[in-house]
Design a protein around this ligand. Structure first.
Ligand SMILES: Cc1cc2nc3c(=O)[nH]c(=O)nc-3n(C[C@H](O)[C@H](O)[C@H](O)COP(=O)(O)O)c2cc1C
Length: 166
């Protein structure tokens, strides 16, 4: 049985929620899965594949995820690797910001090239200021929670197909 580690960092829980959905999809396709937080005791060599999930903060993929990949790049290059991220602004903000997010991801892709990347809609709290909506070009009335379990599930199924071929 192929084993997968999903390693994540989260501030408000949506990345962990996505990890659980991805885990269920992999398990229902015959993989064994463990979910661990960046900072836990992790032995990458124990797994066939590693999926790394983190939110976008300040238009950058969370720095703890980037550090994890940088620190483990040699061993990750020998594994099946996928990344996913949660972003509130990705699909509802001004395209200028999307380019900033893509630039941050391109830097990570150059450290260790993943087999697949999931880009998921995130959520913000009710304290999200109106001025931030204006800066990011988010239309009034856009829901605070844009997460969609079905988009995570669809990506995970695609990821299983990719990992099956390795
Ligand atoms: C401090 C902070 C900064 C954020 N910065 C961004 C950002 O620059 N771009 C973006 O698309 N979303 C941003 N978000 C939204 C979150 O990345 C996103 O909605 C995600 O669901 C949060 O993931 P988490 O629940 O795993 O922490 C930010 C959220 C917080 C709390």
């Amino acid at each position: 049985m192929k084993s997968i580690l999903i390693v994540y960092v989260t501030k408000t829980g949506t990345t962990l929620h996505a990890a659980r959905i991805i885990s269920e999809v992999f398990e229902s396709n015959g993989y064994s899965v463990e979910i661990k937080k960046i900072g836990d005791d992790i032995h990458i060599d124990d797994y066939f594949g590693i999926i790394i999930g983190a939110p976008i903060n300040g238009m950058q993929w969370h720095p703890e995820a980037v550090s994890f990949i940088t620190k483990n790049k040699q061993i990750l290059k020998e594994k099946a690797v996928a990344y996913y991220f949660m972003s509130y602004i990705l699909n509802v903000g001004n395209s200028f910001w999307n380019k900033r997010i893509q630039t941050s991801l391109n830097k990570v892709k150059n450290i260790v090239k993943p087999e697949n990347i999931g880009m998921f809609n995130g959520s913000v709290g009710s304290d999200f200021p109106a001025v931030a909506r204006w800066i990011f070009g988010i239309k009034k009335g856009t829901p605070m929670n844009l997460t969609d379990d079905s988009e995570v599930e669809a990506w995970a199924k695609d990821c299983v197909e990719v990992f099956d071929r390795i």
